[in-house]
Design a protein around this ligand. Structure first.
Ligand code: SF4
Length: 215
């Protein structure tokens, strides 16, 4: 028999998708991208094999370093705060089947957002998919048709061509954002500003949480 939605019940026996390695979870404002400025509960999953040399959460890479938590406990943590936007990030969150987590979050009233490099097939139910491709690992082709937002990190000038190559593949209506890599933002910001003025389909994304000094 094919599994149906009804297999996701509170009485179902635990499976691998019922527990996930959580590095940290916290309530803050979404700092970057199209949803910037909104209150959000971040769920950062451990585990990433993309290997960006400028990654600012390298402590997330080793999934074994982060104890697995049950989905019910993760959702209960989110429900302690008034905001109803959950952002699942990493690490690379799509290393895991996120069907159970997203179903539980939505049933609890959350908008489900994800931030992903897109290198694994998309699982889960998402209200907003932020696809941030990286040069270090090729994205899975399925991400292009489902992404709501393409957010490309600009570390050096060659990243503009990388951004355009991905923009040519996303669906119509997908928001296009360029974001300076934090350690290089003073150097790259003027180039990004000029690029957006010349190519107005793009929009600036700044890591405003770093300016606000919040997580
Ligand atoms: S995909 Fe994200 S978490 Fe993984 S190495 Fe790159 S920046 Fe770090």
């Amino acid at each position: 028999m094919l599994h149906s939605e009804s297999t996701f019940t509170e009485t179902a026996p635990p499976t691998d998708t019922d527990t996930l390695p959580v590095m940290e979870a916290f309530y803050t404002l979404q700092g970057e991208g199209k949803q910037a400025g909104k209150a959000a509960y971040f769920i950062r999953l451990g585990g990433c094999d993309v290997g960006c040399h400028w990654c600012d959460v390298k402590e997330s890479w080793d999934a074994q370093a982060h104890p697995r938590q049950g989905v019910a406990a993760i959702v209960a943590g989110a429900l302690k705060y008034p905001g109803r936007m959950a952002v699942v990030t990493g690490g690379e969150p799509l290393m895991y089947d996120l069907g159970t987590l997203t179903k539980s979050l939505q049933e609890a009233g959350f908008q489900t957002n994800i931030e992903t490099s897109g290198v694994y097939p998309v699982t889960g139910r998402w209200d907003w998919i932020c696809f941030s491709p990286k040069k270090f690992k090729v994205p899975h082709p399925g991400i292009y048709e489902v992404a709501h937002e393409l957010k490309v990190i600009i570390y050096n000038p060659s990243d503009f061509a990388f951004a355009e190559a991905h923009a040519a593949r996303v669906a119509e209506g997908c928001a296009l954002l360029l974001q300076p890599e934090w350690s290089r933002h003073e150097r790259m910001l003027p180039q990004i500003i000029d690029y957006i003025k010349d190519n107005p389909k793009w929009q600036m994304s700044l890591q405003t949480h770093k300016y606000m000094d919040i997580p």
